[in-house]
Design a protein around this ligand. Structure first.
Ligand SMILES: Nc1ncnc2c1ncn2[C@@H]1O[C@H](COP(=O)(O)OP(=O)(O)OP(=O)(O)O)[C@@H](O)[C@H]1O
Length: 496
């Protein structure tokens, strides 16, 4: 359902208190006004702390610097009078006892009246005692159509006729930005050279990178890895290659649903993060990395708000890959109330979105410890597939050596005995193989010569693979996967 439909539904169903987190005040107010055109009997009243009520000649300036008076005004209007009361700056006053009490009283009396209070704020910040009476509604970032209209409006003043391809590229690059930012970057470009050109796409992308960085929770991650850079994991690679075109228009026309995502479970260093990066690069989609630590840092209440912001942004940037590293660590306490319920509320928001999302956001989550994952994550319908990524078999280790040696010594690959190297490195993970090669290079470099098979074996002998110290964890994961809880990322090849 789009924003306007959802809002009008809430209004018609007499939801008295609606909270809309957004930094796009102006655009939101326009959207509300548009929505109200389809409903009769609803005037808009806008209040802010400095000016009081505006828009309405009879009450101009009423409630100036007095938020309680702003609420009393609503209360005093005759029952039959319909209205939408947009209160700017209001979250700052929600902690005040008189405001809180008045809102709770209003939430009861307005249930039978055609009146709705809408609070706009950059973040959701609602005191505990008021959470029940507010309905939080998300305001999406500008759609492709809105961005297209805005670009056309801005360019019309210059008389330039934009080619379809350039217009499309500009729209695509601007997706995920607020309208204010889009306007700012485009006007700057037009002011600089009187028109819009292909290099401006990069300008917009840079603005987008900055705006994503400012959220501090998502990062635009440049990915250069290919699926062919993953050694072994053939089942997983086949699965991915089969879905290569699954986000295309043709796939939609064919009737295919958007792929939802993957959960990759396994011990450290087996290529899970590498897979996330390779998917983004191979499918030509932007890779957004969620910093889970940041999601939970900061003030109480901010985590929920950040989660919504993250979802909103990912949807605006779709089609994209949302990479959630170590999801087990993020939601370890989701079933308890240890942190005042924050983790469980954030988890609730996230899991609901995961289950219901229609947008082409492909989630790649990785986890090392299945025991600390809330069981809801593993339920069907959350991810398309759960893969167990185990330690590489001997054949896979040879493939991993090959991937890295072809990159490091593309012209001398024949100097290395891949089979022997794989045979001599039992229980090594991909990361440990990479580490071994780096060490071998140090040996060769320090003696002023190229590194050899012997250097690699020497380096390997100095590494104690994690498998030795984490046997219990590995065994647990293997049993879990063998019980049919996950698909094996590797082809069944038991050679160790
Ligand atoms: N199957 C593999 N093929 C090629 N390289 C690999 C493979 N597995 C791991 N590596 C190498 O090890 C590095 C680290 O692996 P990666 O970060 O993907 O592991 P991970 O499973 O995500 O571990 P963690 O749980 O610690 O994040 C990779 O960047 C890559 O260079």
């Amino acid at each position: 359902m789009n924003f306007s439909n959802e809002l009008s539904l809430l209004m018609r169903a007499c939801y008295p208190l609606i909270y809309i987190p957004t930094t796009e005040e102006e655009r939101l107010e326009k959207a509300i006004a548009e929505t109200l055109k389809t409903m009769s009997n609803r005037n808009v009243y806008i209040w802010d702390f400095v000016e009081g009520y505006e828009n309405n000649p009879n009450n101009q300036g009423f409630g100036k610097r007095n938020p309680l008076q702003a609420l009393e005004f609503i209360e005093k209007l005759p029952e039959k009078v319909g209205g939408v009361f947009i209160l700017r700056d209001f979250p700052r006053f929600l902690d005040d006892v008189s405001i809180s009490r008045k809102l709770r009283n209003l939430s009861r009396s307005l249930k039978s009246q055609p009146k709705n209070i809408v609070i706009i704020a950059p973040q959701v910040s609602i005191p505990e005692e008021l959470t029940e009476i507010f309905t939080v509604l998300d305001f999406p970032l500008p759609s492709r159509e809105e961005i297209k209209q805005e670009i056309s409006r801005l360019i019309s003043a210059t008389g330039q006729l934009l080619a379809d391809k350039l217009l499309n590229d500009l729209v695509l690059s601007a997706q995920g930005l607020s309208m204010e930012r889009i306007r700012r970057v485009l006007t700057r470009a037009i002011a600089a050279h009187g028109k819009l050109e292909t290099p401006d796409v990069e300008l917009i992308l840079e603005e987008k990178r900055q705006s994503i960085r400012q959220t501090q929770i998502l990062d635009f991650y440049p990915a250069t890895e290919e699926i062919s850079d993953i050694g072994g994991l053939d089942n997983l690679k086949d699965w991915l290659l089969r879905r290569g075109g699954a986000f295309s228009e043709q796939a939609r026309a064919y009737g295919l649903p958007n792929p939802r995502g993957l959960l990759l479970v396994g011990i450290q260093g087996t290529g899970k993060s590498l897979t996330a990066k390779a998917i983004a690069h191979t499918w030509h989609l932007p890779l957004l990395r969620l910093d889970v630590g940041r999601l939970f840092a900061g003030l109480v209440g901010e985590s929920e708000s950040r989660t919504r912001q993250m979802i909103n942004l990912a949807e605006a940037l779709a089609p994209c890959i949302l990479w959630i590293d170590e999801i087990d660590k993020a939601f370890a306490g989701a079933t308890g109330k240890g942190d005042g319920g924050t983790t469980s509320r954030v988890f609730g928001t996230f899991i609901t979105w995961l289950a219901e999302k229609q947008s082409p956001v492909f989630v790649v989550a990785t986890a090392n410890n299945i025991q600390s994952l809330p069981p809801e994550i593993l339920r069907k319908g959350r991810f398309d597939e759960i893969f167990f990524v185990g330690l590489p078999s001997q054949t896979e280790r040879a493939a991993i050596f090959e991937v890295h040696l072809s990159r490091l010594r593309p012209h001398n690959l024949q100097n290395y005995d891949l089979k022997r190297l794989a045979y001599e490195t039992p229980e090594f993970s991909g990361a440990e193989i990479e580490q071994t090669l780096v060490e071998a290079m140090h040996i060769g470099f320090s003696q002023n010569r190229d590194f050899t098979n012997e250097d690699i074996l020497e380096a390997a002998s100095q590494i104690v693979p994690l498998a030795k110290t984490a046997q219990e964890q590995i065994q647990f994961l293997q049993n879990w996967a063998a019980a049919g809880k996950a698909r094996l990322a590797s082809r069944n090849d038991r050679l160790q």
